[in-house]
Design a protein around this ligand. Structure first.
Ligand SMILES: [Zn+2]
Length: 245
């Protein structure tokens, strides 16, 4: 349930802002303006959204198609399952456009004698960071095509669905992106060498987009057991689905 910890008013329309503890990027439910909870800090944000293309009436057929596909699901899954709940949530993401350079030195020990190698990894990313802490969301399996984004607009969001505020600010999102990219580069490096001796990364940040994207959280029941499915409300693709086997 939303609650107000202290009275903070929208810098655009003056309405009281509703938020939950831990959230710090707040979107006003009245005018859609997005702001930092700490209004003393200057804040310019490119806030967009992916439009909802798959509304509630289209979800059932997507789910049925998914239940019927593949060979490892029970044959009667589509027939015997009942949808228990369907909830649409708009999740907050930070899309960090960044050029990352890693220089590393390592030993190739799989040959004898071992060889010392110096390499660099230079890549550009639109790195995605979910704006919620402690939420397990399969972000690696989730595409966010920036070309499909439109300016954030509350009027385009169906009633009775929640728009989650971000619990992390832009700087924190960038730090998370740095850590994750370093980790990713380490895996790439360990493909080329067996042991890393030296490893340094630098980052050149280009653009940051704050974006809400619609995700359907579905629970269905099959033979008295409950299973979760996440469907991308923009592309209609199943992001992740549990099924019995
Ligand atoms: Zn407002």
């Amino acid at each position: 349930m939303p609650f107000i910890v202290k009275n903070v008013f929208c810098s655009n329309c003056g309405a009281p802002l509703q938020y939950e503890e831990g959230e710090n990027i707040i979107t006003c439910k009245y005018c859609g303006a997005t702001q930092l909870l700490d209004v003393s800090q200057p804040f310019i944000l490119d806030h967009s959204m992916l439009p909802l293309k798959y509304s509630e009436d289209k979800i059932d057929s997507l789910l049925l198609d998914w239940m019927k596909e593949g060979f490892i699901k029970p044959k009667d899954l589509a027939k015997k399952s009942r949808v228990e709940s369907k909830n649409l949530k708009y999740l907050p993401f930070w899309i960090i456009s960044v050029k990352a350079e890693t220089f590393y030195e390592g030993l190739l020990e799989r040959i004898n004698p071992p060889v010392r190698k110096k390499e660099s990894i230079i890549k550009e990313y639109d790195w995605r960071v979910l704006g919620r802490k402690g939420t397990s969301f399969p972000i690696k399996e989730f595409e966010i095509p920036l070309s499909r984004r439109v300016p954030f607009n509350y009027l385009k969001i169906p009633r009775n669905c929640s728009v989650l505020n971000s619990e992390i600010d832009e700087d924190t999102a960038k730090k998370i992106a740095e850590q994750e990219i370093e980790q990713h580069h380490k895996i790439l490096a360990l493909d080329a060498v067996d042991r890393i001796i030296d490893f340094k990364s630098s980052f050149e940040f280009k653009n940051t987009v704050y974006l809400h994207t619609p995700v359907w959280f579905i629970v269905y029941k099959y033979k008295k057991e409950l299973f979760n499915v996440l469907i991308d409300g923009n592309s209609g693709l199943v992001i992740k689905g549990e099924f019995p086997f």
